[in-house]
Design a protein around this ligand. Structure first.
Ligand code: P6P
Length: 335
């Protein structure tokens, strides 16, 4: 670790000037997500241990009732955002409806709303596979000073002010964008500090990795089946390899670094796909586009979809632009 390496906190301050009307609220908001990420990381990293210890008693090693980790993560991120009274509303995969922040001061004058998937892929924890947190930040669009409305959350992805993910993997990383490129920070667990380890992240020009759950093959649209066959064909210009972790953040992160495409298409089993538009596909789409990639539903840009419901699902094609465009060619050809 280069001693001159920027910390996430320093980076946020240094880049605060990128916001024409930043009053420091967005910086405080990203800092609160950073704090919550460290707390969740601590718990995720010892999940296996806690499970083992939990077997010898009714409680885990902190003496608390054992909570499902995704509910725990939801509580941690909610508390960090609510206690610091930085946002005026929160929507979460773990919450049926959005949450209006009622605070000591008039939190209805806060500018931002946050949408979050607190622990995506949490079922992988039991088998020690990386999981992640995904967040998406918008400026509210309804009048300030009054409680947030659903419209504040149902904005197109292209209106996002910031988006990011935390990947709890072999190392814990905080990767985010505010519309000025994508930067990755790695946690030094000994110091509890995130350091800039991956400045200006971008997809490589060529992608060769295809991430899709082929267990659903028979249920895929014909265009997806044809694209999979295209990638498997013998021709020498087909250097493709198939990698699927079953954890969106992990598959996306690897594909952004090595070059690839992640597909969770609609199928007869999941007519609208599986991923949630507001707190999975839109934030990952923002990051992908800021890293020189693309994200569509097989036909249209993800970030131009008009959301109708908080938890609506969407078909998701995301990664190297040339790979997404090739997949879309098959979708149009076999529509
Ligand atoms: P399947 C995790 O539940 C998730 O939302 C993504 O992280 C992951 O890519 C996908 O679902 C895995 O779904 O149906 O292939 O198990």
């Amino acid at each position: 670790m280069d001693k001159n390496q920027l910390t996430l906190g320093e980076f946020i301050i240094e880049n605060q000037k990128d916001f024409k009307y930043s009053s420091g609220e967005l910086s405080k908001l990203i800092n609160s997500i950073r704090l919550a990420a460290k707390i969740v990381n601590h718990q995720v990293n010892k999940a296996g241990l806690v499970d083992i210890l939990g077997d010898i008693g009714e409680t885990n090693i902190q003496g608390e009732d054992q909570q499902k980790l995704d509910l725990y993560a939801n509580d941690v991120f909610k508390s960090a955002l609510i206690n610091r009274e930085i946002v005026c509303g929160i929507a979460s995969e773990e919450e049926e409806d959005f949450i209006t922040i009622e605070g000591r001061q008039n939190t209805h004058e806060n500018k931002y709303v946050v949408l979050i998937d607190p622990l995506d892929g949490s079922s992988n924890i039991d088998v020690n596979v990386s999981v992640g947190t995904i967040f998406s930040i918008y400026r509210r669009i309804t009048p300030s000073g009054k409680p947030v409305q659903k419209e504040d959350f149902l904005q197109q992805g292209k209106e996002q002010v910031a988006a990011g993910y935390i990947i709890y993997g072999t190392s814990t990383m905080f990767v985010y964008t505010t519309g000025h490129g994508v930067n990755g920070f790695t946690l030094n667990p000994a110091l509890g500090t995130f350091y800039l380890s991956h400045p200006a992240m971008r997809f490589p020009k060529k992608g060769t990795i295809l991430s899709i759950n082929e267990g659903n093959y028979t249920r895929f649209p014909q265009g997806v089946k044809e694209y999979i066959k295209f990638c498997q064909a013998e021709e020498e210009d087909r250097p493709y390899t198939f990698r699927y972790i079953g954890s969106l953040v992990s598959d996306f992160h690897r594909n952004m670094i090595k070059g690839g495409i992640y597909l969770y298409p609609s199928s007869s089993k999941a007519p609208h796909g599986k991923l949630r538009l507001l707190y999975e596909s839109n934030p990952m789409a923002f990051i992908a586009e800021q890293a020189g990639g693309s994200a569509t539903d097989g036909y249209n840009r993800i970030m131009e979809i008009e959301p109708k419901k908080l938890h609506e699902r969407v078909s998701f094609f995301c990664g190297n632009t040339e790979m997404v465009e090739k997949a879309e060619e098959f979708m149009r050809g076999f529509q």
